[in-house]
Design a protein around this ligand. Structure first.
Ligand SMILES: C[S@@+](CC[C@H](N)C(=O)[O-])C[C@H]1O[C@@H](n2cnc3c(N)ncnc32)[C@H](O)[C@@H]1O
Length: 265
């Protein structure tokens, strides 16, 4: 099956199996919650700096879960979601959230980005584009639709921290984790490309490696302590140490929280 068709089939199944649930596309509740915390923190930062809400676009918005949470927090904010999968797009529409504009579109197509936004989010969606060329096209479109001073919140998976995680796993006799077939993880070089199109990396309200402790606990420590009869991946043991330890120790989380600011001129 061609790569793109594989991604499409995957999201057809996700839409069917998870419907409007928050676990659609992310079954680990800790990651989902921290991603939301990061977006909310950036929204408070933006409103504090500019004295108004940003016009916000979620690119690859899935079943619209993140936007539905944001609409609850800030009913007066202008929210737009762009989604490629017809099944997930239908789910977005089923939410019947009148304040949100859902677009059935493709992040690779410049013509699907017709408006300007102050904040653009990709939450594990850029990695669904399976070639560097397509990923570059999408970031160009994102850069183009951002207003000067606007923020791009990139919540995406990177190769290097996955490599670190796999070293720690190998040291403890655990097998290598590979990205799923529907994902192409990013290289650090993407920050240079973003800079070249006017998007400079700035510090976010949460450290970019915020999920590192959690990844180490859930993908190294927990598998070592689990016996073969334990099925629960997201157990109380994990939860206990997530609470007990500081966030973001080391560089073991493939998913990074990054913020890029569009140049003023
Ligand atoms: C990992 S899911 C994340 C969805 C949502 N952000 C969430 O966290 O639940 C990636 C999303 O990107 C969408 N996507 C993939 N390729 C796309 C494209 N070319 N244009 C727009 N969306 C796309 C997928 O259909 C999917 O909904």
């Amino acid at each position: 099956m061609a790569n793109e068709q594989y991604v499409q089939k995957h999201y057809e199944k996700v839409a069917k199996n998870f419907g409007l649930l928050p676990t659609s596309s992310m079954q680990d509740p800790f990651i989902r919650e921290l991603e939301i915390e990061f977006v909310l923190a950036q929204l408070y930062n933006f409103t504090h700096k500019y004295g108004r809400f940003p016009r916000l676009l979620d690119v690859g918005c899935g079943n619209g879960y993140l936007l539905s949470v944001l609409a609850e927090f800030f009913p007066e904010m202008e929210l737009t979601g762009l989604e490629y999968s017809p099944d997930l797009f239908k789910l977005c529409q089923q939410r019947k959230l009148p304040g949100i504009n859902f677009i059935h579109g493709d992040m690779r197509k410049a013509s699907d980005f017709s408006e300007k936004f102050d904040m653009v989010i990709t939450e594990r969606s850029l990695i669904n584009l399976l070639s560097t060329k397509q990923q570059n096209q999408a970031i160009k479109n994102i850069a183009h639709c951002l207003a000067p001073g606007g923020h791009y919140l990139m919540i995406e998976s990177f190769k290097m921290p996955l490599h670190n995680l796999n070293i720690a796993r190998a040291q403890n006799g655990l097998s290598e984790i590979f990205p799923s077939k529907h994902n192409k993880y990013l290289s650090e070089g993407i920050t240079g490309k973003l800079k070249g199109i006017g998007l400079n990396e700035v510090y976010g309200e949460l450290p970019k490696d915020s999920l590192s402790t959690h990844f180490f606990l859930s993908r190294v420590f927990h598998p070592i302590t689990r016996n073969s009869t334990t099925k629960n991946k997201y157990s109380m043991l994990n939860h206990f140490f997530d609470e007990a330890l500081p966030l973001g120790v080391g560089q073991f989380s493939p998913i990074l929280f990054r913020v890029f600011e569009k140049e003023l001129s």
